[in-house]
Design a protein around this ligand. Structure first.
Ligand code: HEC
Ligand code: HEC
Length: 304
């Protein structure tokens, strides 16, 4: 973990020694980038928003917004060689690390001998990634009986966990938990939440780009809502700046999309029917998922 943390923050992992993983995955932002599109070493940016990194040890179904990589030890090597990100040759990175006595010592401590390989770099970064856990939000304390929610947060909690019932407005909720439920606040699946109606050649098609199945057009990884207050901008392309805009997306009813998840069919055109107070309360609840321990824990911070 100590080795992985050094690698995560070490600019030697980039082609021109100017950037590290930690530049696009910032601890204070729950390990994502506050910019809509991260800028790599050549001042070029990709088309997707960086992803928050915590509790990823529990991800079952693939990494990246489109799930194209099955396990973390392979995933972590990709940004090193990606021309839009760190754009380095891994063999050249290995030579740089071999020349640094600190790494000779740390690889020996971790693996029993001083050999530095792609696999070992992958394993060390994976180990650090797995160690980043978020479990200390106000909501976690509330579940343990150690904190209480304000009236607004409590109403938001009920809206979040209640189904949308168009024919029973008094008992109708915002229905977020079907996809963002459970302890992780994600079901770890790939789904279409109705962001794009028309998919032209330039539109990001998400999971389809990996599977080539038309049933997967517009499906993206369901992100965890833990720490959501700090991990904006939102969605795979960072199109929304505020949580209010996100809630308005679900509330608006303009969610028609080819593979729209069945859980959302009832809100097409009609929306969720949330009042201004409902929206305020829902956002107040989402903010109880913020975990300052994660964002300030020195074990996850840069050692340099
Ligand atoms: C230039 C910015 C940038 C750099 C540098 C960068 N990342 Fe990322 N990272 C991203 C973006 C953007 C995505 C989403 C990409 C996609 O879905 O196609 C991402 C996604 C990920 C994910 C997937 C998370 C998930 O939930 O599926 C992991 C893990 C990750 N990065 C780890 C790393 C590691 C480890 C490094 C350093 C070796 C690194 N990143 C360097 C921008 C960056
Ligand atoms: C049908 C499943 C589904 C339902 C229901 C759903 N979401 Fe989502 N949510 C998703 C998916 C999929 C994404 C990622 C979409 C993308 O980026 O293309 C997402 C993204 C988000 C994001 C942005 C996260 C980030 O890191 O960028 C927020 C915030 C969010 N949803 C909040 C909510 C709230 C609040 C509700 C209830 C009103 C809700 N969601 C209901 C599937 C769902």
């Amino acid at each position: 973990m100590d080795l992985g943390r050094h690698l995560f923050y070490d600019k030697k992992l980039s082609g021109d020694n100017s950037m590290a993983c930690g530049n696009c995955h910032l601890q204070e932002n729950a390990f994502t980038d506050p910019n809509q599109f991260s800028v790599g070493i050549h001042q070029m940016s990709g088309r997707r928003n960086s992803m928050a990194l915590f509790n990823i040890a529990y991800h079952r179904d693939g990494f990246f917004w489109d799930g194209r990589v099955a396990n973390l030890r392979s995933q972590v090597l990709m940004p090193i060689e990606d021309p839009l990100e760190l754009d380095a040759d891994l063999d050249a990175v290995i030579i740089k690390l071999e020349a640094d006595p600190m790494y000779v010592e740390k690889f020996t401590a971790a693996f029993g001998d001083e050999e530095i390989t792609r696999e070992r770099i992958g394993l060390a970064l994976e180990q650090f990634g797995f160690s980043i856990i978020s479990k200390d939000s106000k909501y976690d304390q509330y579940l343990q009986g150690l904190a209480s929610l304000t009236a607004s947060e409590e109403r938001g909690r009920q809206l979040f966990f209640t189904e949308h019932r168009p024919n029973d407005p008094d008992n109708s909720g915002a229905d977020c938990f079907h996809c963002h439920g459970g302890a992780l606040f994600t079901n770890n699946l790939f789904m279409d939440n109705g962001l794009d109606t028309i998919f032209g050649t330039d539109t990001d098609k998400g999971l389809y780009e990996f599977t080539n199945s038309t049933f997967d057009i517009g499906k993206f990884k369901v992100p965890s809502l833990r720490n959501i207050e700090h991990s904006g901008p939102y969605m795979h392309d960072g199109r929304f700046t505020t949580l209010e805009e996100v809630v308005e997306h679900y509330n608006s009813g303009s969610v028609e999309s080819p593979n729209l998840d069945p859980n959302m069919h009832a809100i097409v055109d009609h929306g969720l029917g949330l009042s201004e107070q409902d929206k305020t309360d829902l956002v107040a609840f989402l903010k109880t998922l913020s975990d300052d321990v994660l964002r300030t824990n020195p074990e996850y911070a840069s050692p340099f």
